[in-house]
Design a binder for this molecule. Structure first.
Ligand SMILES: Nc1ncnc2c1ncn2[C@@H]1O[C@@H]2COP(=O)(O)O[C@H]2[C@H]1O
Length: 630
């Protein structure tokens, strides 16, 4: 890209009118003999500025790709006032702010300076950056300030051991970026082979136990990926009384575990040990704590707030769903108003007219070729289409057999011995016509243990199995189905089962073994869903019955024209309701109107049909009209 020479006026007099007052803009006008020339100059200047901004932006974007290069960017997050802790503010803007993942370059530069060289504004800047960390944020503003004065920055690569079990403690750490794992071995290698290692992420802190209890390190801490840490040395840890804050945190954990019925018989020393090997973790509202409870190998305790236990039920595998769907298909046809029926009939008639015109414009010979061509194409592209190919092949065979049978008809055999195109069967005609007119839709079905079902009714739904409140805990699921745990603004403690078993006495061990959680089967859940669904749909219908006449008068003309939607066989509307209501009307099948979320079901644990069910909130079917019911 070449820059026009006038771009060099940057920093000169011409730039002033753009940036400053109207009097200066007049000066610009005075510089030019005619106003139109002035306007032209002004326009050119603006274009140049825009161009330069674009060039700069490109450069910045390009430079960001170079590893190790950091652009110094202005900290726009504002200053945190000292009295923030003392006020009763409950809204924390940092929970909603988006920031770059890595520790900012300017902050790194500050941490490289010795504490005495750091200026007031630099310490405040550093403190602002550290406010992003959950564990740092909970300290008093004074302690935050003191930490920002002395904190060091360190970056480590994957597999690097930060703390070795059994070593002397020299520092305490905050994680700014990356993930670390806690292991029992010395080199931390087990973290890379374990199915679910204990991990700590951005915002967490570690390395306090050995400092607080003046013992050796109780575990190894290893980097699972590139990790950025902020380090507080031992002498500052005690000088700034950080130990007092962490002791308080430990006591909260200890008290919670001490008050649990489960650990009633355990001595204080065992509770103390268990409390060393866990942390209180905070999860936002709606945040997934674990996508598969069975695979965490941990016991989860709710210390604050609520958690929901969810199960993604694939309705397509449930016998109750199959039975229900079959019943829906047999439901009597919905009564269509005469006016609408006439309109639809007219539309269908015109489509038929179009098809027959199309049909008659092709000779039988051409149609046979066309059919073979399309069928071959379908055969190669789609496996599930094979059935239909077989069917048509059978049909062709029967045609040949028929020809042989009806040898009397000389027109079926050509002179060279080859068969003349036989008149197609009506259903074949229909199919070929459909292919030609582009309306052909492959009606694929999947087979379950309970019979064949059309793909379009394959649906999955999240069902709430349980709600866990403060003091509840979850361990030992009775089945190995995928169960999800979602926070509703909860704080939890995750404890490895082996750590509990290590310090548990006989009574606790018996209690633990008896703690088996059994949730209803998928089919039972499906039945609950169908019952709830019927109730939800009834409520909707009722609301519609009451509200629609009023709303219609307000926003719609008295007789709205039916749209193409009436032809949607089954579609997922914007509220996630799978609409099967037109199944009984036998309308032509069109694809889904709205995009749907495919349910991500794990195939390792459950044997499911090879289909991707849609994630739905509800299912709408033909329901009795509520008109006149009230
Ligand atoms: N189960 C755990 N969950 C989170 N952090 C842990 C766990 N076990 C040990 N740690 C941390 O790992 C650190 C290892 O060094 P320390 O013993 O000083 O302090 C330890 C704790 O901070």
């Amino acid at each position: 890209m070449t820059l026009r020479p006038s771009a060099t006026v940057f920093g000169g007099a011409l730039l002033k009118p753009v940036q400053h007052s109207s009097s200066q803009r007049v000066e610009l006008g005075e510089l030019n003999s005619s106003p139109s020339e002035g306007q032209q100059n002004f326009h050119r200047l603006i274009v140049d500025i825009i161009l330069m901004i674009k060039v700069c932006r490109r450069f910045r974007a390009g430079l960001k790709g170079l590893s190790g290069f950091h652009l110094i960017e202005k900290d726009c997050r504002g200053k945190i006032e000292d009295d923030i802790k003392s006020s009763n503010i409950v809204f924390d803007r940092h929970e909603f702010s988006v920031s770059k993942d890595h520790f900012p370059f300017r902050a790194i530069q500050i941490t490289k300076k010795p504490p005495t060289w750091r200026t007031e504004s630099e310490i405040k800047h550093l403190r602002n950056c550290l406010q992003l960390l959950e564990s740092f944020r909970q300290y008093s503003p004074t302690l935050q300030y003191l930490l920002a004065k002395v904190i060091r920055f360190e970056r480590f690569g994957r597999r690097r051991v930060i703390i070795k079990k059994g070593h002397q403690a020299t520092a305490f750490y905050f994680i700014y970026f990356g993930t670390v794992a806690i292991t029992d071995d010395e080199d931390g290698s087990s973290a890379f082979v374990e199915a679910a290692p204990t991990t700590l992420h951005k915002g967490a802190s570690f390395g306090e136990i050995a400092l607080l209890q003046k013992t050796k390190r109780i575990a190894t801490v290893v980097c699972m990926e590139e990790t950025e840490l902020l380090v507080v040395d031992k002498k500052n840890f005690f000088a700034f009384k950080l130990d007092k804050e962490l002791q308080h945190e430990f006591k909260t954990r200890y008290d919670f575990l001490r008050n649990l019925d489960l650990f009633q018989t355990l001595p204080d020393s065992s509770i103390d040990k268990i409390a060393n090997f866990c942390k209180i973790e905070k999860y936002h509202f709606g945040q997934v704590i674990t996508t598969d409870l069975a695979e965490t190998y941990s016991m989860i305790f709710i210390t604050k707030g609520i958690c929901e236990v969810l199960r993604l039920v694939n309705l397509s595998t449930c016998p109750s769903y199959k039975k229900w769907i079959t019943k829906q298909l047999r439901f009597p046809k919905r009564r269509v108003p005469v006016k609408e029926r006439k309109r639809r009939d007219a539309e269908i008639a015109s489509v038929d007219r179009f098809k027959s015109t199309l049909w008659s414009s092709y000779s039988g010979h051409k149609l046979r070729d066309l059919k073979t061509h399309y069928l071959q194409q379908k055969n190669s592209s789609c496996e599930s289409y094979e059935k239909q190919i077989c069917l048509s092949a059978k049909n062709c065979k029967s045609v040949v057999i028929n020809v042989q049978k009806h040898d009397k008809s000389p027109s079926t055999v050509q002179e060279n011995g080859s068969l003349l195109p036989e008149p197609l069967q009506p259903d074949e005609q229909e199919r070929v016509q459909n292919i030609i007119s582009g309306v052909f839709r492959q009606k694929s079905a999947y087979s379950t243990a309970y019979g064949d079902m059309p793909d379009s009714v394959a649906a999955a739904v999240y069902i709430r199995l349980d709600q866990l409140n403060k003091g509840d805990y979850i361990i030992n699921l009775e089945d190995n189905r995928v169960i999800v745990l979602v926070s509703q603004g909860a704080e939890i403690i995750q404890l490895k089962k082996e750590k509990i078993e290590l310090w548990a006495d006989d009574v606790t061990t018996v209690k633990l073994s008896k703690l088996k959680v059994k949730y209803p089967s998928d089919d039972e859940l499906c039945q609950v869903f169908l019952r709830q669904n019927a109730w939800e749909m009834f409520k909707k219908d009722l609301l519609k019955l009451v509200m629609q006449p009023k709303l219609m008068k307000m926003v719609h003309p008295p007789h709205p024209c039916p749209t193409a939607e009436v032809y949607d066989s089954w579609c997922l509307n914007q509220q996630g309701i799978l609409d099967l209501s037109s199944l009984c009307c036998r309308m032509p099948c069109l694809p889904d109107k709205h995009k749907h979320v495919p349910a991500q079901l794990s195939r390792t644990k459950e044997s499911l049909p090879v289909i991707q069910p849609k994630l739905v909130h509800g299912i709408s079917v033909v329901r009795p009209n509520l008109d006149g019911a009230f």
